[in-house]
Design a protein around this ligand. Structure first.
Ligand SMILES: [Fe+2]
Length: 217
């Protein structure tokens, strides 16, 4: 499984080009950055871009979706079946918890992880232990729940009952570069961040409140 990371977009967004080495089938996870550098890799590696996968429908994560679809009109756009903001162009395929999205021989299991946003999903490659987390989990902290459709209790459930129960050596690939490095394992996040080792919802709520109070930007 090949993963190339591109940083840019609205706010240190991270976009991923993922492809299967043997079949050359590729997908883009979160079309959030100017796509010309991605096109170069697709050309140079001889890849077939077949899927665009949205971790959620916040605009900064989907902003280049239309442009990429115009360039690769046969690609299918994947996202949660009840997408808050429908895609404009291209063919959409809705997924749900435990759906499998294939990229050649690569299997990505969809985990529905609402909280930051109702249509948030994570994409889990169990074989090679990678997890694309969108804005649900970053390096060092979780996503925020200040939006109108955010839900703290749902985020707690998604983080503690779904993500933190995956193998601890799973590498997370978040939707923004907000941490000390771009990736980290789930275990490192649990060991080093108060966001990930709260004993209960009340404690998690207070960690989240403190973060918002002390935020500078
Ligand atoms: Fe978001």
């Amino acid at each position: 499984m090949n993963i190339l990371t591109f940083e840019g977009g609205f706010d240190k967004n991270l976009c991923y080009l993922v492809w299967c080495q043997s079949t050359k089938v590729a997908g883009i996870i979160d079309p959030s950055v100017e796509p010309d550098p991605i096109y170069h890799i697709i050309n140079n590696e001889g890849l077939s871009l077949q899927k665009i996968i949205l971790t959620h429908s916040h605009g900064d994560h989907t902003v280049y979706c239309d442009r990429i679809i115009h360039r690769f009109p046969s690609a299918i756009i994947y996202g949660f079946e009840h997408l808050e903001s429908p895609v404009h162009d291209g063919t959409f395929s809705g997924v749900r918890h435990k759906s499998i999205i294939e990229l050649g021989k690569i299997k990505l299991t969809v985990l529905h992880t609402p909280g930051h946003y109702p249509d948030s999903i994570c994409l889990w490659n169990e074989q090679e232990k990678h997890l694309f987390t969108g804005d649900t989990v970053f390096v060092g902290r979780t996503g925020r729940v200040i939006g109108e459709k955010s839900d703290l209790t749902q985020l707690y459930h998604s983080v503690y009952n779904i993500i933190n129960r995956l193998p601890e050596d799973t590498i997370i690939h978040p939707g923004h570069h907000y941490g000390i490095k771009k990736t980290m394992t789930i275990g490192e996040n649990i060991q080093t961040s108060t966001f990930f080792n709260c004993p209960n919802l009340r404690e998690f709520s207070s960690v989240m409140d403190n973060f918002e109070k002390n935020r500078r930007e």
